[in-house]
Design a protein around this ligand. Structure first.
Ligand code: SF4
Length: 230
């Protein structure tokens, strides 16, 4: 049975069971494995409310148009057209420009990586169009900081599991997981987020979760209810 609040051992078991079910996820997906970090920043903005397949097309277009660097993106007059496939392109171009300008002003990864995680998160959240989820994706995947990405998939699963109740609150969820998660272990959070996405897509569907085949069904509030009803 899941505790009503996440615990260190419960979170580890949650992570390990999903890991056994789905195997290593090896996120974040990038096109240029030799230079992944800036591509992650771009992908984190482009993926807001957009299917990943469209983000991949937009990133491929940007790479075709020039180097994928903050300076090059700021120099593109036609940035909105280049990212057209990734949803509301004018809005996202404005957000990308704000992120790139900050990135350049602060000295890129070299200048930014001396900041602690709370400072980096605060600075990211102060940028135009960067919300909590995008900031934590950037912290986790581009800066390798231990951060829990409390996205809609995480809320769906945690609410059913019994670890989230009441009105959805991003910071409350993030802090409750990070309070019991391993300190300074970004790979744990990297894998946890990727496994949550895999689980939400493959078993814990928005409608009609497949509790019968779920590796968490004896720990999950919703799953135990489903088992008891049989
Ligand atoms: S038991 Fe059902 S509701 Fe619970 S995590 Fe698994 S699929 Fe989702």
């Amino acid at each position: 049975m899941a505790d009503t609040e996440p615990t260190a051992s419960g979170l580890r078991e949650f992570h390990d069971r999903l890991g056994q079910a789905y195997g290593p996820q090896r996120w974040w997906p990038v096109q240029d494995a030799d230079n992944p970090r800036f591509e992650i920043l771009v992908g984190a903005v482009l993926t807001q409310h957009t299917a990943w397949t469209n983000v991949e097309i937009a990133i491929a277009g940007l790479r075709k148009a020039g180097p994928l660097t903050a300076e090059a993106l700021l120099a593109h007059d036609d940035l909105p057209a280049l990212i057209r496939r990734a949803g509301p392109h004018n809005i996202k171009a404005k957000r990308l420009r704000a992120l790139c300008a900050w990135f350049v002003e602060q000295g890129g990864f070299e200048g930014l990586q001396t900041r602690d995680s709370d400072t980096l998160r605060r600075e990211l959240l102060a940028l135009h169009g960067i919300g909590h989820e995008t900031a934590d994706v950037i912290l986790l995947y581009a800066f390798q900081r231990p951060a829990f990405v409390a996205d809609a998939y995480a809320f769906r699963i945690m609410e059913r599991y019994g670890w989230a109740r009441g009105t959805r609150n991003y910071e409350r969820m993030r802090r409750s997981i990070e309070a019991v998660g391993p300190e300074d272990d970004a790979p744990f959070y990297d894998e946890l987020h990727a496994l949550i996405v895999a689980h939400a897509k493959q078993r814990c569907h928005k409608r009609e979760p497949d509790c019968a085949c779920c590796v968490l069904n004896d720990c999950c509030d919703h799953g135990r209810g489903w088992v008891a009803a049989r």
